[in-house]
Design a protein around this ligand. Structure first.
Ligand code: GLU
Length: 385
């Protein structure tokens, strides 16, 4: 899980992008980078390690560009080195892409693109995307556009070739008035300002500038230009969308005086557990009420009564939390519980056991492997039913 930010408007983009990336630091990262478009040229700066390393490279560079994208990377494919940091560019160096997620079929795409003459400079899954978009840009005819912009149309065609869970932001020196964004199973939010537009993996990067946001849906892409925002589905149909107004406080995700986010999260645990439980506690319950339970999860009784088995899919810390859940469920509900690594489960699921409740645990709600494992399990069970 990494961070994407994008800006198109009237203010210097680099400052807004760096500010946005700082707001997304809580998501964790190992390297960072920016690409801006200025006077017909693409400028790309990347650095391994903390955002300060990127800031050090930017300091002293006058950059009034009004369009750009930024990224904090959490490496999944290729070491956390500068040459693997995003943005990644096409062969001409004029088109730049940042990606959050995993392109599952990148190997096949890379081989095909190599055979077409494209050269690669990184070890990432992401680098196929700018090359693929460039390839489609070179092939598009006027008749292909049907009212869509060239950059959006080439991106749409590229997105249809990609398998996996990903969010993308794209800029090109050849399209200096446009920022294109894509969402497929990874978060992306568009922000609507006065004559300026933003995109980000999460709202804290946007709320200092505007509270009017549009969370994109899976299978959507959008073109952000000074004239406005146009949203399409992957089939190319224009979507009617209206931003919503956020009413929460950006301070909620700041470090609030703690030295690290992890320390802040540890201290927040009692409050978070209390708030989470409050949603499900039946306040009208009193001890001795046999016909009511104090906690209402909203799960149908016939589902719970018919269960023989529970499986939990999770990764990392969530996997450890699930192990605690296993002890509790087994002790309290007397049901056998299997806790699985979502990343393994996706490729090697356990045999289907009837009357199983599958629970996904993800700290962020966005862990790609866990979401994919749940979706796969749902499809597998539906096919078997
Ligand atoms: N899979 C991509 C990479 O390794 C993106 C990782 C991320 O979401 O930061 O570069």
């Amino acid at each position: 899980m990494c961070g994407i930010v994008g800006y198109i408007g009237t203010r210097p983009a680099a400052d807004i992008l760096m500010d946005g990336l700082r707001k997304l630091e809580y998501r964790g990262y190992d390297s960072a980078g920016l690409a801006t478009v200025l006077e017909g040229e693409l400028h790309c700066v990347r650095a391994k390690g903390k955002l300060q390393n990127l800031q050090d490279k930017l300091d002293g560079q006058e950059n009034p560009a009004r369009l750009g994208i930024g990224h904090t990377r959490w490496a999944t494919h290729g070491k956390p080195e500068e040459h693997n940091a995003h943005p990644h560019r096409d062969g001409s160096g004029r088109l730049a892409v940042v990606q959050n997620g995993i392109i599952e079929n990148y190997r096949e795409l890379r081989e095909t693109l190599k055979a077409q003459g494209h050269q690669f400079t990184s070890d990432t899954d992401t680098e196929v995307v700018p090359h693929l978009i460039a390839q489609y840009l070179s092939q598009l005819t006027e008749g292909d556009l049907q009212g869509r912009s060239r950059l959006l149309e080439a991106t749409r065609r590229a997105a249809q070739d990609l398998l996996g869970a990903f969010a993308l932001a794209i800029v090109s020196a050849d399209f200096p008035d446009e920022l294109v964004v894509v969402r497929q199973q990874a978060p992306l939010v568009i922000g609507f300002g006065q004559g300026e537009f933003f995109c980000a993996s999460d709202t804290p990067a946007i709320v200092p500038y505007t509270r009017a946001v549009l969370p994109m849906e899976n299978g959507e892409l959008a073109s952000l230009s000074p004239l406005g925002v146009e949203v399409y589905n992957f089939a190319g149909d224009r979507q009617r969308k209206h931003p919503i107004t956020l009413n929460w406080n950006p301070i909620m995700v700041e470090k609030q005086g703690f030295k690290h986010f992890m320390l802040k999260e540890i201290y927040e645990q009692p409050g978070v557990v209390r708030t989470a439980l409050e949603t499900y506690i039946d306040n009208a319950w009193a001890p001795g009420q046999a016909d009511r339970t104090p906690v209402q999860l909203g799960l149908p009784d016939d589902l719970l009564n018919g269960l023989d088995h529970v499986q939990v899919v999770a990764c990392g810390t969530s996997w450890h939390a699930a192990l605690v859940g296993k002890y509790l469920i087994e002790a309290l509900a007397n049901l056998p519980v299997l806790v699985q690594y979502a990343s393994e489960f996706r490729y090697s699921p356990t045999p289907l056991i009837p009357h199983t409740l599958t629970i996904g645990v993800t700290q962020s709600g966005e862990t790609a492997d866990t979401l994919a494992a749940l979706e796969m399990e749902q499809t597998r069970r539906a096919a078997h039913a």
